[in-house]
Design a protein around this ligand. Sequence first.
Ligand SMILES: Nc1ncnc2c1ncn2[C@@H]1O[C@H](COP(=O)(O)OP(=O)(O)OP(=O)(O)O)[C@@H](O)[C@H]1O
Length: 594
Amino acid sequence: MRHLLFLNKYFYKYKWWIIPGVIFVVISNIFGVVPAQVVGHAFNLITENIAIYQLCNGFERQQVMYDIFSNSLFFFGALILVLYLLRGLFLFFMRQTIILMSRHIEFDMKNEIYAHYQKLSLGFYRRNNTGDLMNRATEDVNRVRMYVGPAIMYTINTTVLFFLIIYFMFSVNSTLAIYCLLPLPILVLTIYYVNTIINQRSEKIQEQLSRLSSFVQERFSGIRVIKSYVREDHTQDVFAEESQSYKNNSMGLVKVQALFFPSMLLLVGLSTTLTVYIGGKQVIEGSITAGNIAEFIVYVNQLTFPVTMLGWVTTLIQRAAASQKRINEFLQLKPDISSANTVEKDFTGKISFKNVSFTYPDTGIEALKNVSFEIEKGQFLAIIGRTGSGKSTLANLIMRMYDVDSGSIQIDGNELKGLNLHSYRNQVGFVPQEVFLFSDTIKNNIAFGLDQVEPGQVEQAAKNAAVYQNIIDFDLKFETMLGERGITLSGGQKQRVSIARALIKEPKILIFDDCLSAVDTKTEEEILGNLGAIMKGKTSILIAHRISTIKNADKIIVLDEGRIIEQGTHQQLLDLGGAYAEMYDNQLLEEENS
Ligand SMILES: Nc1ncnc2c1ncn2[C@@H]1O[C@H](COP(=O)(O)OP(=O)(O)OP(=O)(O)O)[C@@H](O)[C@H]1O
């Protein structure tokens, strides 16, 4: 429950919603309870005068009495109607304040969670799966909203109504009030018990449902693999099995739910019977009127719904507390990477690594060991090495996706950790190894890193990335949609759109993480030629597997098992006759063979 204290700041923020809300609850309940007394008076009017009315049978006076009777009853009826209309009006205001407040809180929370998620570093996203992140920002927030809205509203409502009714009941007759209320605790306990069972089963069903949807989602994403391995029938069987247990559990839930209303009605019936029985005896004794019995029956019926709600509200609160706990777990996480300095600087692009070592915290793999090198402003650095040698890790460290364990990375002679991260990353163009494009138009994908796009900028970036002609060939050209509902680009086209996205930023430092692998050698040469012109005076880092791609680099670093084993120009490394020269010979041989 203490987790829900987190929400107090929102209650404070929206105090001018909740305070009038509570006042509306009180007023609406007063208008809800008073009609019971009017019913009582109406009853008394009839029971007290019906005998006299019948005595006047056959006399002219009977018509006069009839008129008085019907006018009075009409008055009572109209009064009840007006009171209920007023109750309805204040119920409307109550919802318009408390439920609207819950929607505002939901909106604020979603934004707070989303903003916080974005601050968390890459490591956090590696540790938690997307489904879990999404659930906390949607399903869990929704459950908390049910607490700040309906749960709070019904709790206040039930409390106010309960005290009003108790007050009125006891002011009429305390013995009858006690008998009337006697079955209520049993009703509360029964409903709470049945509700708990319903809840446990619903949770189980919910879990099964999300397992089922993850299963379906994954299988449809991998439909190509399923079809090529002819596993449709097997997948169908697994799906049917999962659905079967979902069905069985849902049917079990229906059974419990079916018990809910009958048990509730039974106890309300018991309460009414006691009211009539005990009340009847008291009428005979002369301590109350028949109208009071009618009044009590209305009270009992009025209490039923809020009391039923109590069980539901308890589960809402329990669920909200569990959800808020999950939300708080993430909200309390501090980002591993934070911007230390707010001064924004323009960089020239000199990068130096001094004895940098880095181990991935999740796997314990030491990806870089004592790495030292320097790139001057405007130089072209290439990194080559076997798969898993630490090339992408090096690029990620320059982007400060992770912080180094030991050693230091400096940009223009300043510690990377001390730089304004936002401004620094804004000046770096990064093309990751795994291309990711958004389900949006090609134009918006290329212009992703810009706040404002000048005319012709997107087209020029596409030309520089040698993808312009491909885009022009599509019917909708730059407005072509990508992703699930749009077209699918080829691997090479995707890589080039992703390159265009980095180039359009006109970065001071450009990092290409093995992103020319799906591009043919001719296109690769075209891109590299364009890059030469664009990156003049700016620093570029290119990670590659083909020596043909990097031989013009100012400096080449050869990585092996996280260590730099050789560095120099293409010619220097060939002259060295080591790993690079061997790689070169092998690649020449492969080319000749093919
Ligand atoms: N996010 C991660 N969490 C844990 N370990 C990782 C992570 N990324 C990479 N590694 C490990 O770090 C080592 C270096 O990986 P890295 O991706 O830097 O190699 P690479 O040289 O870029 O390989 P490739 O050429 O295949 O892309 C590998 O052993 C890899 O398993």
